[in-house]
Write a protein that binds this ligand. Structure first.
Ligand code: SAM
Length: 285
């Protein structure tokens, strides 16, 4: 489906109607899914059914191969020992970092995600994950101690719809880092989706070739993605379409000193519209 644009009210109404009809009953998007633009809604979106499907969507083996040692190398380059995986999800990066020898703590605001991450830790390498159930906006209330690095990966930050929530979450990340700590945060290339339409090569992150992940509706304040699985089950996520330079600016404004941005894991990534994903490495010192 093509993305909708502001002003096309008939098309918008049609998308809203279809979205309503398709909405997975457990995901609680209500009668007007396009109006759901709340930072608190993520926990309902990642319900048990969707969480069980999530690993199918991200295909651990494929993701492992396409990411290679990018994050592990970055962490080692910065002399990191302790890492907080702030958006642990089902535990892919937590397991990857434990495997690489980092002292890793896994945080997520959705209890179902953490339960699955714990299970996956046991399954992939017999790791007992240290898990903390916490929302980023109140992270320092739940997480004790300071970390060398925080990673917030898999296009997670996009779940915050309100600028105050984004600032608060980044300030909490900043406060939980040691004086010379680093934050690694990634995002889908929404600039390209907003400006040119959707063209993900499905190479990174969403590696399951059986699963389609595509935007059903996009405007400046909402990217509603539709995830369709081989068994016919259908889920949605409502996300805020973060622009790359906007997120870089917020990082600078909360106090991070240097922000290096990679496109699809490359330092030199050509034009801004080419990559599917950006990874920002923000340093405190
Ligand atoms: N990092 C994992 C991955 O790459 O597979 C999971 C990514 S998933 C797209 C986003 C995760 O962020 C979900 O597990 C969700 O529960 C979590 N999340 C979203 N908003 C959050 C918030 N405000 N506080 C804590 N966790 C949040």
């Amino acid at each position: 489906m093509q993305e909708s644009t502001a002003g096309t009210t008939d098309a918008q109404a049609e998308v809203a109607e279809k979205s309503r009809a398709d909405a997975h009953p457990d995901q609680a998007f209500g009668s007007d899914p396009l109006a759901v633009r709340e930072s608190d809604h993520y926990a309902e979106e990642y319900n048990e059914g969707f969480v069980d499907k999530w690993d199918e969507l991200i295909d651990w083996r494929g993701r492992y191969e396409s990411e290679g040692s990018f994050f592990v190398d970055l962490l080692r380059k910065h002399g990191v020992e302790s890492v907080l995986d702030a958006a642990a999800g089902t535990g892919f990066h937590s397991v990857r970092m434990l495997e690489a020898g980092f002292d890793t703590t896994s945080v997520d605001g959705a209890a179902e995600m953490l339960a699955k991450a714990f299970e996956n830790g046991k399954q992939y390498g017999d790791y007992v994950l240290k898990v903390v159930h916490s929302d980023w906006r109140w992270l320092s209330k739940d997480v004790k101690g300071k970390y060398d690095a925080i990673v917030c990966l898999g296009n997670s930050f996009t779940h915050l719809f309100d600028e105050n929530d984004r600032r608060k979450a980044l300030a909490e990340f900043y406060s939980v880092l040691k004086h010379d700590g680093i934050l690694i945060i990634d995002q889908r290339n929404y600039d390209s989706i907003l400006d040119d339409g959707f063209s993900s090569k499905h190479t990174y992150y969403y590696c399951g070739d059986q699963v389609s992940a595509e935007p059903e509706y996009v405007d400046d304040g909402l990217a509603r993605f539709r995830y369709e699985f081989p068994d016919g089950s259908l889920y949605h996520l409502n996300m805020f379409p973060l622009r790359k330079n906007y997120l870089r600016r917020l990082l600078r404004e909360v106090g991070f000193q240097q922000i290096d941005t990679y496109g699809d894991f490359q330092e030199a990534y050509g034009s801004d519209n080419a990559p599917d994903f950006f990874v920002h490495v923000a340093t405190k010192a």
